[in-house]
Design a protein around this ligand. Structure first.
Ligand code: 5GP
Length: 110
C-alpha cells in the first residue's frame, strides 16, 4: 500500500532529501525533535520492523545512517530510533529509522 513515504520517494510530495542510494532515501523530518532529525526510509515498501524478512541484506540502513551522521557532523553522538506499532508511536506504516542528533538525549526515552 502506498504511504506518505512512498510518495516522497517517488517525488510526488516534496521533502528535504539529504541522502539517497539504490536502497534508501533520507530526508528531514517535518516536525524535528532535535536540531538534526532525519528519516531513513528503504525504497522497499516494508510496513515496519516486524515485517522485515529474516534473510536479506538490511545492513544498508545502518550504513546510510552512519554516512548521514558523518555528513551532518554528528561526531559527538546521535541516536537511531525505529518505532514499531501503535504503542511505540509509529504513525507511518513504511519502515523508517529516525536519526536524531545535535543535542544530548536522556535515557530511558519517553
Ligand atoms: P513515526 O511516528 O511513524 O515513527 O515517524 C513518522 C515521522 O514522519 C514523524 O516524526 C513525522 O514528523 C514525520 N512526518 C510526517 N509527515 C511528514 C511529511 O509530510 N514530511 C516529512 N518530511 N516528515 C513527515
Amino acid at each position: 500500500m502506498a504511504t506518505l513515504f512512498t510518495k516522497i520517494i517517488a517525488g510526488e510530495i516534496p521533502a528535504d532529501i539529504v541522502y539517497q542510494d539504490e536502497h534508501c532515501v533520507a530526508f528531514r523530518d517535518i516536525n524535528p525533535q532535535a536540531p538534526v532529525h532525519i528519516l531513513i526510509v528503504p525504497r522497499a515498501e516494508i510496513p515496519g520492523i516486524a515485517d522485515v524478512p529474516e534473510t536479506g541484506d538490511h545492513q544498508h540502513l545502518l550504513n546510510a545512517a552512519r554516512k548521514i551522521a558523518e555528513q551532518e557532523g554528528l561526531a559527538g553522538g546521535y541516536r537511531l530510533v525505529i518505532n514499531q506499532g501503535v504503542e511505540a508511536g509509529q504513525t507511518v506504516d513504511h519502515l523508517h529509522v529516525h536519526l536524531l542528533g545535535g543535542r544530548a538525549f536522556s535515557w530511558p526515552p519517553g
